[in-house]
Design a protein around this ligand. Structure first.
Ligand SMILES: [Zn+2]
Length: 379
């Protein structure tokens, strides 16, 4: 029998590489760093295709995947995410259905909005600020933002996962490998919203270049808040003559070889747990647990018109500024126990954008970074 140590050990060949990987969380996930400047190259492959006249043309393409991701926060304040499984059908080898094409998260979005609307109605009912006043409007806007940030489930957000090359630098100087004489680099996967991708693309195109093969500098501001760091990098395009891929002719060849070997398989174990996916059954268990009190309330309502939904009725103001970044919503009146108003004003329909246009960080624009508000982001 093989010994446990033989079976489980990982051989450490290069101690420097080993320690560096450890420090990076051994992850391919690209992470922003406070006060640092990152030098990034966008690798691509070239293929020859025929245009409509049958003439061969060279097409450059990136290595990138896209996923619609559901994000939610459990009552313990932890951030979670999973790729939307709508229309995904997966069967195990013996024919057991793992994913049946439905998405329990999508199916709960309207319940989540019902809860938001009910909380807004309740807040309006109990708030003692003068009707029609600016204070009331401000207060209600803040309350709505908080309630939306705390939504149990929301429309999936589109994220792009782009393979990039991050050069290792000492300050702004590239580190050179003594053996190959080439700049040292790591392959990283940059996660970003469509908006962020468009921003990068327009920066590159405005400089008269194209994204494929471009070298970019991401300068991050100094902040203890990783969301601030990731949200406001200054992005600039490196002049073609100054690019490392121009200065070191063999560099691109080496990168291309790594690029061709790379695939996105196993991404869930590389810092992107949302790609682990969930079976329909697992997802249903999660959403049922998130909505357990709501479901109990709905059930009770059928036999008792005075049924109450008490999940958010707490003695202390229910706000979570560390996560939502939204202003705290003061509880102006002691929560009175009342039957929920039937004529709840509708804040938004499930089709409406989940993101309020708030200047503060909220669950939506926190995600508009290279990272997400999960605790795994570390400098
Ligand atoms: Zn879904």
């Amino acid at each position: 029998m093989a010994s446990f140590i033989k079976a489980s050990q990982k051989r450490v060949g290069d101690v420097h590489a080993y320690l560096r990987d450890k420090a990076n969380g051994n992850s391919i996930r690209y992470r922003v760093e406070s006060g640092k400047t990152h030098l990034i190259y966008i690798p691509y492959q070239e293929t020859t295709e025929m245009d409509e006249n049958g003439n061969p043309i060279t097409v450059r393409s990136l290595k990138m995947i896209n996923g619609n991701v559901h994000e939610w926060t459990t009552p313990d304040g932890r951030y979670h995410s999973t790729v939307c499984a709508k229309d995904t059908v997966i069967k195990s080898e013996d024919g057991t259905v793992i994913n049946d094409g439905s998405c329990p998260f999508c199916e709960r979005i309207s319940d989540a909005w019902d809860i938001v609307n009910m909380r807004v109605a309740k807040e309006e009912q109990t708030c003692t600020l003068p009707a029609g006043s600016d204070q009331l409007k401000e207060h209600m806007d803040a309350a709505k933002r908080t309630f939306m940030n705390e939504m149990k489930c929301r429309k999936p957000s589109s994220y792009n996962y782009l393979l990039v090359v991050q050069f290792r630098t000492d300050g702004n100087k590239p580190l050179i490998d003594g053996t190959t004489g080439l700049p040292m680099y790591d392959l990283k996967v940059m996660k970003m919203t469509d908006k962020k991708l468009e921003q990068i693309l327009s920066t590159v195109e405005n400089s008269g270049d194209q994204l494929e093969g471009c070298e970019l500098m991401f300068k991050y501001p100094v902040s203890d808040d990783i969301r601030v760091v990731g949200g406001r990098p200054s992005i600039s395009v490196v002049f073609p003559n100054n690019r490392l891929t121009a200065k070191y002719p063999n560099l691109k060849q080496k990168i291309d070889a790594d690029f061709n070997k790379f695939d996105f398989e196993g991404l869930d174990k590389q810092g992107f747990p949302e790609w682990a996916g969930m079976s329909t059954e697992q997802a249903k268990a999660v959403t049922d647990s998130l909505f357990s009190q709501w479901d109990a309330y709905q059930k009770e309502l059928k036999v008792n018109p005075n049924a109450q939904y008490l999940e958010y009725i707490t003695a202390a103001p229910d706000n979570n500024p560390s996560l939502s970044g939204a202003p705290a919503v003061p509880t102006l009146a002691a929560p009175t126990v009342a039957a929920p108003s039937v004529a709840a004003p509708t804040v938004a329909t499930p089709e409406a954008p989940a993101a309020p246009a708030a200047p503060t960080l909220n669950a939506s624009n926190i995600s508009d970074l290279f990272g997400t508000p999960d605790g795994s982001i570390q400098i």
